[in-house]
Design a protein around this ligand. Structure first.
Ligand SMILES: *[C@@H]1O[C@H](CO)[C@@H](O)[C@H](O)[C@H]1NC(C)=O
Ligand SMILES: *[C@@H]1O[C@H](CO)[C@@H](O)[C@H](O)[C@H]1NC(C)=O
Ligand SMILES: *[C@@H]1O[C@H](CO)[C@@H](O)[C@H](O)[C@H]1NC(C)=O
Ligand SMILES: *[C@@H]1O[C@H](CO)[C@@H](O)[C@H](O)[C@H]1NC(C)=O
Ligand SMILES: [Ca+2]
Ligand SMILES: [Zn+2]
Length: 599
């Protein structure tokens, strides 16, 4: 924590805002945090580059150059520009605003480096301010530019579209094309045409960055978060799920017009303001079974999932889960202004017309599911597949932890980096994404203060230990994963297991320290540990930098606790992180069990 200095602005700048290092080009260090190799087809791979982020958190906050004790009435934009200008020694003309939002505990500004008025795609920064208008977190991947391409394209956009469509085996989807700068790993800066390419039958959806001078495809953002589930030996286990009839499960605060109304229209089917659930195409919804808004379809476990009434039971369940998650996470801060998924935003900020589309029993795959998160204002797409480990097959839409896992990709991709859907792209950040998705499924299934081991996907593959390598557990023999396991893991779901298990232990520690609330879904104001956990989970997302590392993600939790609880859970959090190798000296995938002095 830095004290507030009583100095003139000029002196203050010199003393407290000595510019921090700006990320240089790729150096000889682990590439987890900066790169991702993607195989797009059998003979085409592309390695994407995201300049390393610096991330600092400031506890009770530091003053920015325009801060005045007697007047905190300065715009978020002005405060942000002043802080970043001082901190990074860049000019205001080098800064362009992407978006801002005010959460309960912090106000967030997301900016991009820019040159001649053209923003950079992969050099971004985020600044968070607390209620005193002091800076509490700063993440940046701004770069020192060396050679920078001319800002006037020499390749026409039509040629760039053709190149991107060919390379990515899809079609330009009509979304507005932009010109953006892109930092390459050698430090040079290219000018690009940025074009969305989709292939609906293949389930792909990219932003393609085509060099506007050479015509080369330089970079992609992959909007689809896929899940793959490891196969375990099949033994006998049947998970019988108890269906119940719930009446009015919607939360009137989070969904003021319920789950079936958009504008003045009340839909008599699995469609509404937050989500629509269909099979095949968007006309194939489940209609109400009797008078309006009754969806009573009794699943028949001995019949194939794609026969009546099982299709309707599946659409109804997926629709119910996605809406419930919308409502619960809304209470904890995933609101319209925080880039959530809704058709009508009721004038509360953010971009609308982006409710989640749920493709139930999608024929595009088997034994899996996925979720595409394009930027705020474009609908998320969840595709749920059938699983053929059993006969009849089982339906992922009827296993709530699979639906929850997928839907949480939408939460984390939208709330990290300001609604772009582009900030969990590195291997390490993608791994965190998988981890949060498992951790949310873990969180939402608790029905008491007990913290049993958690297993993901036992129903769909009909196997008691589910689809992951280990159960999530507080017992380090049951689950031996630690921060240093990142040294040997090379795949996003495997890396996600490390993070989800750390969060399982953070959850257990918070519940042990602060107890458990049975009303956490609709009352986020209690002091209990399960409520604290979900607040910190969600508050940390917008604090962390674009493409966070594990260390960044941990630091964002610690800062989120300072913002909301004045650091009351600091030692509990540090002890839990340290128990799995993420103590204060953890770095470069080397464990540390050290906690701060006094803990
Ligand atoms: C804060 O700024 C707003 C808009 O510029 C202005 O209307 C308001 O009077 C200001 N309040 C104070 C306390 O300066
Ligand atoms: C979309 O992908 C399928 C394979 O899944 C391929 O056959 C088709 O040609 C692709 N479409 C385009 C426009 O490239
Ligand atoms: C809703 O659908 C049900 C069953 O399909 C039907 O009986 C009912 O009349 C419909 N209600 C409205 C308002 O369309
Ligand atoms: C595993 O857990 C036990 C019991 O909590 C503890 O004593 C031991 O130090 C832990 N081992 C490691 C490697 O953290
Ligand atoms: Ca939105
Ligand atoms: Zn996933």
């Amino acid at each position: 924590m830095l004290p507030f200095p009583k100095l003139s602005t000029a002196a203050f700048l010199a003393v407290f805002y000595a510019p921090v290092a700006i990320a240089g080009p790729f150096e000889a260090r682990s590439k987890h945090a900066t790169h991702r190799m993607r195989s797009l087809s059998r003979n085409f791979e592309i390695e994407t580059y995201h300049p390393a982020s610096t991330f600092e958190t400031f506890g009770e906050g530091v003053a920015h150059p325009l801060w005045r004790r007697d007047n905190t009435n300065i715009s978020l934009q002005d405060s942000t520009v002043a802080f970043v200008q001082a901190r990074l020694a860049v000019q205001p003309a080098d800064i362009s605003f992407r978006s801002t939002f005010s959460g309960e505990m912090a106000r967030h500004a997301y900016i991009r480096q820019s040159h001649n008025g053209i923003p950079f795609a992969n050099a971004v920064a985020n600044v968070a301010f607390n209620h005193d208008d002091k800076v509490v977190a700063f993440g940046s991947s701004f770069v020192k530019t060396k050679t920078i391409a001319s800002s006037t394209p020499s390749i026409m956009v039509e040629a760039a579209i053709a190149k991107a469509e060919r390379a990515l085996a899809g079609q330009y989807n009509g979304h507005q094309i932009s010109i953006q700068y892109l930092v390459k790993s050698d430090g040079s800066v290219a000018l690009t045409h940025t074009i969305q390419i989709r292939n609906e039958s293949a389930g792909t959806w990219y932003d393609a960055f085509v060099d506007a001078h050479s015509g080369e495809l330089l970079h992609i953002t992959d909007f689809v978060a896929r899940s793959s589930y490891r196969v375990l030996p099949i033994t006998k286990q049947v998970l019988t799920q108890g269906f119940e009839t719930l009446v009015d499960p919607q939360d009137p605060i989070a969904s003021p017009k319920g789950w079936h109304t958009v504008g003045k229209i009340v839909y008599n089917a699995t469609i509404g303001n937050n989500a629509m659930a269909f099979k095949g195409d968007s006309n194939s919804l489940t209609s109400a079974s009797s008078s309006i808004l009754n969806f009573i379809y009794n699943q028949n476990p001995t019949a194939a999932p794609n026969t009546a009434p099982n299709v309707d039971a599946a659409r109804t369940n997926a629709f119910y889960i996605v809406n419930t998650l919308h409502d619960v996470t809304y209470r904890y801060g995933f609101t319209e202004a925080a880039y959530n998924f809704q058709n009508d935003n009721f004038g509360k900020g953010g971009l609308s017309n982006d409710a989640v589309q749920i493709s139930v029993q999608s024929s595009a795959g088997l034994d899996n599911a996925d979720f595409a998160t394009p930027p705020d204002g474009q609908p998320g797409l969840m595709r749920m597949f059938l699983w053929d480990y059993t006969s009849p097959e089982r339906d992922g839409s009827l296993e709530n932890d699979i639906v929850t896992h997928e839907n949480t990709h939408g939460l984390t991709n939208r709330m990290t980096g300001g609604g772009t859907g582009a900030c969990l792209q590195t291997l390490e950040a993608g791994g965190l994404g998988e981890g949060w998705s498992d951790a949310m499924a873990d969180w939402i299934e608790h029905t008491s203060s007990a913290v049993p081991d958690f297993v993901l996907g036992p129903y769909v593959i009909d196997y008691p230990t589910g689809v992951r390598g280990y159960r999530y557990s507080t017992n380090n023999k049951t689950n031996p994963l630690r921060y240093s396991s990142l040294n040997t893991y090379r795949e996003v779901h495997a890396i996600g297991e490390i993070w989800a298990n750390i969060l399982h232990n953070v959850y257990a520690a918070l519940v042990a320290a602060r107890g458990w609330s049975p009303t956490a879904f609709t009352n986020p104001d209690g002091p209990e540990g399960n409520i604290v956990f979900l607040h910190l989970f969600i508050d940390a997302l917008p604090l962390q930098p674009c493409n966070p590392t594990f260390i960044n993600a941990r630091d964002a939790w610690i800062q989120a606790d300072i913002n909301r609880y004045g650091g009351a859970n600091r030692c509990t959090l540090w002890q839990a992180f340290a128990s799995r190798g993420m103590g204060i000296n953890a770095a470069d995938y080397g464990d540390s069990s050290a906690v701060p002095a006094g803990c």
